[in-house]
Design a binder for this molecule. Structure first.
Ligand code: HEC
Ligand code: HEC
Length: 379
């Protein structure tokens, strides 16, 4: 039985002890623009979303002054037209460093149970966003102890930012800080939500939203021959999922080795996935199942962008892994001893392959990639 006194602290809004969870959640959904088909994402108690914070985050997301040398913004690697990816194999930082990983799409990123391709310790956007801003190995935006005051001064001395920071953080008298920048950006990222692809409309009851070929592709995707759904299921087509209702007891943190490489049982030394964080040998090559929202727009594929097209991705799964014939990465990924048991390989006819590809194309959410609320502000 629930007792009134046992209401979680999270339902206290700005000192209004009587505000109910329902009111608060409805208000947060409205600020973030969460569509009915989606749950409210998990939101840390110390960063409640407000319109002022979201708009500050949006402005910062598109501002190159956030990089040390003022050449790059978040949007340089996360372009809305490409569902917030960059079209590159692996991203390139503001000082020209080539990263080892492919830039991730940001639609519904707030629902991933862990953030980035392989890190079981990053579960809040507020912690993850320090990485692109402060990372020095390799440099992304290149903000560091040496230039952070100069970067913040750019915002302090701007004609509009000081008022925007005050509106977003009315409880704080100090001007722009890295923490406030991160909290505002996290709020903007949490608002990058949508569920209006043909597949979403089909799930919502519009049986004509998918073509017959896409429907056959969906059945294959959800069938035991291809096994895709074991790792790519739920509202973002990934089992890495949590929302405001998820508790520590119900959270899951999936990571899999899907047989892309085999260098003496491991993955290339520049990126061994989850192993880089845990140093557990069994975690070599384990990555988070990626959300497949807008997947037709986010080529190239996988953590290192090594598969150029969705057709290549299907060939990878059909073979039960990727064989690299020569060069420093040579090896038979199909035989990687740490490969998930669900990556077994299968045979597809040409027609079936076309159907699965047609289904993957039905995950494109045009309303999301064209939503003016996610673009740079006009002024
Ligand atoms: C130099 C390119 C680059 C820049 C600049 C950049 N990112 Fe990223 N972003 C990436 C890459 C690459 C990844 C995957 C990182 C990994 O797996 O280690 C990523 C991952 C993310 C994720 C995690 C998504 C998920 O599904 O887990 C978020 C959120 C994100 N970036 C937001 C931002 C924001 C906000 C900014 C600006 C402060 C930013 N990024 C700047 C390249 C970039
Ligand atoms: C055992 C779990 C598992 C199964 C089964 C699985 N996937 Fe994946 N999928 C993953 C993981 C993990 C990644 C990321 C791997 C990496 O980057 O090394 C991924 C990545 C992808 C990507 C690349 C996404 C991107 O943005 O780069 C696509 C597309 C994809 N999977 C489609 C499929 C399809 C289609 C099937 C069925 C034929 C399937 N997956 C079966 C776990 C799985």
């Amino acid at each position: 039985m629930s007792r009134p006194g046992s209401r979680p602290l999270g339902c206290v809004v700005a000192g209004l002890l009587l505000a109910s969870c329902g009111d608060r959640d409805a208000q947060w959904r409205a600020v973030l623009g969460v569509p009915r088909a989606l749950q409210l994402p998990a939101i840390p108690e110390n960063n409640p979303p407000t319109e002022a914070k979201l708009q500050l985050g949006r402005r910062l997301f598109y501002d190159v002054r956030l990089s040390g040398n003022q050449t790059q913004s978040c949007a340089s690697c996360h372009d809305q037209k490409l569902a917030f990816t960059d079209g590159k194999k692996t991203a390139v930082g503001s000082t020209g460093h080539v990263l080892t990983r492919n830039a991730q799409g940001l639609q519904n990123a707030a629902y991933n149970s862990t953030l980035t391709w392989a890190n079981d310790g990053l579960i809040a956007l507020e912690s993850q966003l320090a990485v692109p801003i402060r990372n020095d190995r390799p440099v992304e935006l290149g903000v560091n102890d040496g230039n952070v005051s100069a970067v913040l001064a750019r915002f302090e001395n701007d004609s509009r930012y000081p008022a925007a920071f005050r509106a977003a953080f009315p409880e704080s008298a100090s001007g722009p800080t890295v923490e406030k920048i991160i909290f505002a950006l996290a709020t903007f990222c949490r608002s990058l939500v949508g569920a209006d692809s043909p597949y979403d409309r089909y799930l919502a009851g519009d049986k004509s939203a998918l073509t017959d070929s896409q429907k056959r592709g969906l059945a294959l995707f959800n069938g035991e021959r291809l096994e895709c759904f074991h790792c790519h299921s739920g509202s973002n087509l990934t089992t890495s999922y949590r929302d405001a209702r998820t508790t520590e007891d119900t959270a899951t943190y999936p990571f899999f080795n899907n047989g892309l490489y085999n260098l003496d049982g491991g993955y290339p030394p520049q990126d061994q996935g989850l192993y880089e964080v845990t140093l557990r040998k069994d975690d070599r090559g384990r990555f988070r199942p990626q959300s497949l929202r807008n997947v037709a727009l986010t080529a190239p594929y996988m953590h290192d962008g090594s598969l150029a097209t969705l057709d290549d991705v299907l060939s990878h799964y059909a073979a039960g892994g990727t064989v690299t014939a020569s060069g420093p990465l040579a090896g038979d990924g199909r035989l990687n001893p740490l490969k998930s048991g669900l990556i077994r390989g299968f045979v597809l006819t040409a027609e079936e392959r076309g159907d699965v590809l047609a289904f993957l194309n039905a995950l494109t959410d045009v309303g999301f990639v064209e939503n003016p609320a996610f673009a740079a502000a006009e002024d």
